[in-house]
Design a protein around this ligand. Sequence first.
Ligand SMILES: C[C@H](O)[C@H](O)[C@H]1CNC2=NC(N)=NC(=O)C2=N1
Length: 113
Amino acid sequence: MTSALKIKDWSQEKRRALSAVELVTKLVDLPGWRLDGDGENVAIEKTFEFANYFETMAFVNAVALIAHQQDHHPDMSVHYNRCVVRWNTHDVGGVSTTDLDCAARVDALLAQP
Ligand SMILES: C[C@H](O)[C@H](O)[C@H]1CNC2=NC(N)=NC(=O)C2=N1
């Protein structure tokens, strides 16, 4: 059965962990995202706040669609009116451009309509 949902295939792409300088430079273009952790656990994370639990869960599901489509999965901590999204590329043991791209996709979900 064909699906309208196309899934990213990373198998042919060479990815690497970005350096601290690269990361800090690129985070300038991702307002609200910050570095967290170090070594292989370094990640970028951002807290999104909502009016209530239903809105928070709607956001979590929208992020899950991005994760499925991009074959790239964030850690999320889900609370009554907020969700913390944390991106890291475990395949490269750091933060890759995939994480930055997915962070921008998540921000786009909430861009001014
Ligand atoms: C085989 C599959 O494409 C890989 O395991 C994907 C799945 N989702 C992933 N998600 C994240 N956050 N990092 C990865 O390196 C990763 N790799």
